[in-house]
Design a protein around this ligand. Structure first.
Ligand code: F3S
Length: 411
């Protein structure tokens, strides 16, 4: 998203970029420090964002989701900043995955030094009133509705909320989402405005592919994110169900900066607004382009659950593992509440020797750094694992991942 002041400079017609954010009297009092220093700081963040992006006003939000939760990513500086805050969130707010399963960190091979620091980060968020769900799929736990204004920051959750649910959120940074959570409002700009949610590029998917597997959509998203950059894509030629949409959006948010997409006849706004895309740039992506991402490199671990697995995905993995034993480590990641309602599937997965972990994921946990090459069924993990885990990465369908983990296909 382009800051509007920059747009104003570039536009000969000008732009209302010099207008301040109009605050209500109560908001002015928060900004003046009448409700404490932390709330004042948080309001300053929102007003600064609003000015940069030419928001007219702040809008109330129904929920927030805050990233910057793993000690691996925020480090000591982030912990220090968080520890100095003194306020409570004013809307339901959940936390992104942290660097370890809070109950099984020893089993994951996490050092006690890291675990201590991670718990300090969690305690700092808890003092602010944030719910410690630690997931990038809060939509499985809390209801979010079409048209809700929200302030979420984990990129795959943002994409899902905007595209699949039709809620409205910009891709907030961690501090922006936290500021919105504490104030209960967010600047009204970008994807909060219906007029800013129209498609900007048409991606037509051509040819036959393994359309029933989430890895196909992850790989498509990986390619589409690179092609779309920060534009809003409109897809034709695919008919994904919800888990596939989740995989598509997560990958595009990782390889590009896509925070909203539409799928012809499938996503809510594409159904409501019947967008005419004939004037948009059309970029074809073929099944052959997608298949070219597959490789047969040797891996020493398999990781599933990026974004965190739904109950249905856990059932599919359990079914594929039934009666088998894993030969190399297989990790499955999901939200703790989803794991709690999927006890049978989780028990069945773990009978194979695989492990199901909550609160964390393959990217934000240091546990995966011990491996040289990791196989995933996720386009987002495919994008992030090399840099975040220092490992080579291979993508495959869920079935291929299980086959590799159990030794029925070459690792
Ligand atoms: Fe979620 Fe971690 Fe993937 S936060 S989207 S599982 S990188």
């Amino acid at each position: 998203m382009q800051p509007c002041r920059l747009a104003a400079k570039q536009s000969s017609a000008g732009h209302p970029g010099s207008e301040p954010v109009h605050l209500l009297p109560e908001e002015e009092r928060v900004l003046a420090g009448e409700y404490g220093e932390t709330r004042q700081k948080m309001m300053e963040i929102l007003v600064a964002l609003g000015k940069v992006f030419c928001a007219d006003r702040l809008v109330p939000i129904r929920s927030a989701q805050v990233s910057g939760a793993s000690y691996k990513t925020i480090g000591e500086a982030g912990l220090e900043w968080l520890s100095g805050l003194d306020a409570r969130v004013s809307v339901p707010t959940v936390l992104n995955p942290v660097g370890m399963d809070r109950a099984a960190w020893r089993e994951m091979g996490i050092s006690s030094a890291f675990a201590r620091k991670q718990e300090e980060v969690i305690a700092a968020y808890s003092r602010l009133g944030i719910r410690l769900e630690c997931t990038c799929t809060p939509y499985y736990i809390y209801q979010t509705r079409f048209g809700d204004h929200i302030a979420w920051s984990e990129s795959s959750a943002v994409s899902y909320a905007n595209s699949v649910i039709g809620a409205r959120t910009n891709r907030e940074g961690g501090p922006g989402a936290l500021a919105s959570a504490i104030i209960g409002k967010t600047p009204e700009y970008g994807l909060h405005l219906v007029g800013e949610r129209r498609p900007q590029v048409h991606i037509s998917v051509e040819g036959e592919g393994p359309h029933e597997d989430i890895a196909f959509y992850g790989a498509l998203g990986y390619l589409a994110g690179k092609l779309a950059g920060n534009r809003i894509p409109f897809f034709s030629g695919i008919r994904p169900r919800r888990d596939r949409l989740k995989a598509l959006g997560a990958a595009m948010a990782a390889s590009g900066a896509v925070a909203l997409y539409h799928v012809d006849g499938i996503t809510p706004e594409a159904r409501i607004f019947s967008y005419d895309v004939t004037d948009l740039e059309n970029i074809p992506v073929t099944a052959r382009d997608i298949a070219a991402l597959w490789s047969d490199i040797t891996v020493d671990a398999v990781a599933l659950g990026c974004p965190h697995c739904s109950p249905e995905e856990l059932s599919v993995i359990a079914g594929l593992l039934s009666g088998k034993r894993v030969k190399i480590p297989l990790y499955v990641f999901s939200a703790r509440k989803v794991i709690e309602v999927s006890r049978d599937a989780v028990a069945s997965i773990e009978r194979s020797g695989a492990r199901v972990y909550a609160d964390t994921c393959m990217v934000v946990s240091p546990a995966m750094e011990q491996f040289g090459a990791i196989m995933v069924n996720s386009g987002k993990a495919f994008s992030y694992v090399p840099d975040m885990c220092g490992a080579a990465v291979r993508i495959g369908t869920t079935e291929e991942c299980i086959a590799v983990a159990t030794g029925s296909q070459g690792a």
